[in-house]
Design a protein around this ligand. Structure first.
Ligand code: ARG
Ligand code: ZN
Length: 471
């Protein structure tokens, strides 16, 4: 590839002296996207717009294999770039031509295209790969959980690199087509809508599409024997739920909770505005862990979430994330309060509506529950550090901050903020300081002090701050 004609104006000279782009001009993309909490997560130098995954999974052996086709665009003159990936690649092509590839670190696949990629060029990467996701340990763990009849990819902040090569950070969202073949009689669940399903040679292929920008950790794949229910909302959106056939005693409670997805989403629309995606649902694989995750359009719930009977509150939490977390995603992982504070607060609002305690009562209770010397107050929800990213303080003190905001700006401004924010940043990324600025703009109040107290002080706010919120 040739670039930058020298000797402008001297036609003959420029034709002769047109120089090939030199390796010195083209630099490797960074091996991380620049998140201070997780320096290795994501990569620099390019931006993905679409992942097309064509896969096959054999539950008996935990063997996953297939081809990922990635549509991306370079954001610098790129000599090589990394993908975050733990399985084994057998061939990599860039723009159709074979590329060199090597594992530079356990989670880093380093790809050197035959020719440098000038800044701003769309390019295509094809990765052929195979492996056993549950064997892969990245950062000491696997985000792939095997089940008796399949497996599930779901985790936060990282889940992608165990099942597809990715620019694995929420800053680089993309759309997805996930096509997955599993043995006949087994099902495969992913995000969005099921475009089609067909069987041949003993394998059933499920073709899923997620049509709005989606963060890598919100992309999911679950294989197993599922009961799948399909329905439509009043607005005509497909609602697809999937329940492992092996939920045992938790089956009734799981269904009694997840079947309320449409009702909960309708209520959330009254608080957070129009539902941002093209489909809804939930799935419950038979994993032993106790975990839930707001996988886009279709949250993941583990059966233990329903061990005490129905748990609509967790459905409220995961669906609230569709606005706060999925449509509007963190810029960096330090912004986690925007996800978890607002998902917890949605549970408080649901409780208020159901007559099970108002948000103010729950705030007072939470405040009183943790004495001043409780380590709970040492975690700053606005910047908790990677080790406390999912600490209870991010959720509960995070919701206290939102109650304090409600009391400061009044009901009208407060609900305008709750509904306006997901609209303002739909399908994008935003930070805690963006939120504070937005809330100040809507309310006309200065809110720096309030948020410092509730999000950034490593100590229990005084009774006066708490009472100010109660008055
Ligand atoms: N976002 C998930 C939820 O609130 C929680 C994820 C917790 N992640 C973790 N690694 N512990 O439902
Ligand atoms: Zn959450």
């Amino acid at each position: 590839m040739y670039r930058r004609l020298i000797a402008p104006g001297a036609l003959a000279a420029s034709l002769l002296l047109a120089i090939p782009a030199s390796a010195a001009d083209f630099q490797p993309g960074a091996s991380g996207i620049g998140d201070p909490y997780y320096p290795a997560y994501g990569n620099g130098g390019y931006d993905v717009s679409h992942y097309d995954l064509r896969l096959k999974y054999q539950p008996k052996t935990d063997q996953l294999e297939g081809t990922a086709t990635i549509l991306a665009s370079s954001t610098q003159d790129l000599s090589r770039f990394n993908l975050d990936f733990g399985l084994t690649a057998s061939e990599v092509r860039v723009n159709g031509k074979k590329a060199k590839f090597a594992r530079s670190d356990v989670q880093e696949l380093e790809v050197t295209p035959a020719a440098g990629l000038p800044k701003g060029t769309p390019f295509t990467v094809v990765v052929k790969y195979a492996g056993k996701p549950s064997d892969v340990k990245l950062w000491g763990f696997t985000s792939w959980q095997r089940t008796p009849d399949g497996g599930v990819a779901a985790n936060e902040p990282e889940a992608a690199a165990w099942w597809f090569p990715a620019n694995d950070h929420p800053l680089d969202k993309a759309t997805y087509d996930v096509s997955i073949a599993v043995p006949d009689g087994t099902q495969a669940i992913s995000n969005g809508t099921l475009q089609s399903q067909s069987s041949k040679l003993g394998w059933t292929r499920f073709n899923w599409r997620s049509a709005h920008p989606q963060a890598t950790y919100l992309s999911t794949l679950a294989v197993g024997k599922f009961d799948i229910t399909t329905d439509k909302t009043a607005d005509g959106l497909p609602v697809i739920n999937a329940y492992s056939k092996d939920l045992g005693a938790n089956e009734g409670a799981a269904k009694a909770s997840v079947e309320r997805t449409t009702e909960v989403a309708e209520w959330l629309e009254s608080v957070y505005g129009k539902y941002p995606f093209e489909a809804l649902g939930g799935y419950v694989p038979n994993v032993p862990s106790s975990f839930a995750l707001e996988t886009q359009t279709r949250p993941f719930y583990s059966p233990k979430q329903f061990a005490n009977g129905s748990n609509v509150s967790v459905v409220v939490h995961e669906l609230a994330h569709q606005w706060y977390g999925d449509s509007v995603s963190v810029r960096g992982w330090k912004d986690i309060w925007i996800n978890e504070g607002f998902a917890r607060y949605a549970q408080w609002l649901w409780s208020e509506k159901e007559g099970e305690g108002t948000a103010q009562e729950l705030a007072d209770y939470t405040y009183a529950q943790h004495p001043a010397d409780d380590a709970f107050w040492t975690v700053k929800p606005g910047d908790p550090g990677p080790e406390n990213q999912f600490d209870a303080a991010v959720y509960d003190r995070g919701a206290l901050a939102i109650q304090a905001l409600r009391n400061k700006v009044g009901e009208k401004n407060f609900f305008a903020i709750l509904k306006g924010w997901p609209q303002q940043h739909a399908y994008g990324n935003a930070s805690v300081s963006d939120f504070i600025g937005y809330a100040e703009g809507v309310s006309g109040e200065r809110l720096g002090g309030l948020f410092d107290t509730w999000l950034f002080e490593p100590s229990k706010p005084g009774a006066s701050a708490a009472r100010a919120s109660a008055d």
